[in-house]
Design a binder for this molecule. Structure first.
Ligand code: NAD
Length: 272
C-alpha cells in the first residue's frame, strides 16, 4: 500500500507545489488529504485542479481533523500558529509530520520538540538538497577559516515573505556559529544603520532583501584580509523544496518517534 500524505496549506504557494510533487513521486506515495483554513473560499475544490495538474479526486477540506484518520504523514507549510495545532493533532494520532513552516519563536520550537516525543517529526527551514549540501560546506569553511574572517549572511526573497531573516539564513548562521563555538543569539547582528562603530570580529551579520518574485537566494561570505570565500545557493523554482519535502515524508514514515531534519533524510548529518 502506498504512503498516504496530507498537505496543510494546500492552496498556498508551497501547498500547490507539494501536490504536484506528490503526483510526480510515483505509486509509493499518494495524496490522501488537502487542508486549508476553515474560512477559505476554496473548500470543496479539487486539489489537483487547484495545483494546475488536472482532477485528482481529493477535495480541499477546512480542518486536518477531517482527514487525520486516513493518513500516514502530514506535510505542513503554513504559518506557525497553524503548524502548532497540526503537530499536536499528529502527536495525538501518531501521524508523522514534515514541517516546512518557518518563523517559530523559541517557545513554539520547544512545543514542536515536545511533540516529537510522541511521533516522528522532520523539521527543516529548507528542504532543498543543494541548501543542505551548503550547510555541510559552511561547517567545513567555518572550521578551516575560523576566527580569522568576518562572516556575513545575505538573503533575498520574494515580496510576500512575512518573516526575516529567512529561516534558511538563520540555520546557516547556526551552522557557522556552532562550528566556531559561538552562540548565535549573542553574536548575530540583524541590521546596521548610522554610527555603528567598527565591526567586531566574532559577530555574524545578516542582510535581508525582499523584492519581486525571488524564490530564495543565500550567500555566506567569509572575508579575511586579502581574500574572501563565498558560498552561494540560488533557488529558481519552489519544486526544489517540494521534491525534498515529499522525499522526507516517504523517509519519515519508516523512522521511530523523534525529531529529524533534512540532513538526516539525506544522510548528511554529522553523526553519519
Ligand atoms: P503561503 O502564504 O502561500 O501559503 C500558506 C498557506 O497556509 C495559505 O494558503 C494559508 O491559507 C494556509 N493556512 C494558514 N493557516 C492554515 C490552517 N490553520 N490550516 C490549513 N491551512 C492554513 O506561504 P508559502 O510561501 O507557501 O510558505 C509557507 C511557509 O513555508 C512559510 O513559513 C515559508 O517561510 C515556508 N517555506 C519553507 C520552505 C522550506 O524548504 N522549509 C520553503 C518555502 C517556504
Amino acid at each position: 500500500m502506498s504512503t498516504r500524505i496530507a498537505i496543510t496549506g494546500a492552496a498556498g504557494r508551497m501547498g500547490r507545489i507539494l501536490i504536484e510533487a506528490i503526483g510526480l513521486a510515483g505509486d509509493e506515495l499518494s495524496l490522501a488529504g488537502a487542508v486549508e483554513r476553515p474560512e477559505s473560499s476554496l473548500l470543496g475544490a479539487d486539489s489537483g485542479e487547484l495545483s494546475g495538474q488536472g482532477r485528482n479526486g481529493v477535495p480541499v477540506v477546512g480542518s486536518l481533523a477531517e482527514v487525520i484518520g486516513d493518513i500516514d504523514v502530514l506535510i505542513d507549510f503554513t504559518v506557525p500558529a497553524a503548524t502548532l495545532e497540526h503537530v499536536a493533532l499528529c502527536a495525538q494520532h501518531a501521524v508523522a509530520i514534515v514541517i516546512g513552516t518557518t518563523g517559530f519563536t523559541p517557545a513554539e520550537q520547544a512545543a514542536i520538540e515536545q511533540a516529537a516525543g510522541q511521533t516522528a517529526v522532520c523539521k527543516a527551514t529548507n528542504f532543498s538538497t543543494g541548501v543542505n549540501l551548503c550547510f555541510r560546506l559552511l561547517d567545513m569553511a567555518a572550521r578551516v577559516l575560523g576566527d580569522d574572517v568576518d562572516i556575513e549572511i545575505y538573503e533575498a526573497h520574494h515580496r510576500h515573505k512575512i518573516d526575516a531573516p529567512s529561516g534558511t539564513a538563520l540555520s546557516m548562521g547556526e551552522v557557522v556559529a556552532d562550528a566556531l563555538g559561538r552562540d548565535l543569539q549573542q553574536v548575530a547582528v540583524y541590521g546596521r544603520e548610522g554610527q555603528t562603530g567598527a565591526r567586531e570580529r566574532d559577530t555574524i551579520g545578516f542582510a535581508t532583501v525582499r523584492a519581486g518574485d525571488i524564490v530564495g537566494d543565500h550567500t555566506v561570505t567569509f572575508a579575511a584580509e586579502g581574500e574572501r570565500v563565498e558560498i552561494t545557493h540560488k533557488a529558481s523554482s519552489r519544486m526544489s523544496f517540494g521534491r525534498g519535502a515529499v522525499r522526507a515524508a516517504g523517509w519519515l514514515v519508516e523512522q521511530p518517534v523523534g525529531l529529524y531534519d533534512m540532513q538526516d533524510v539525506l544522510g548528511l548529518s554529522k553523526a553519519n
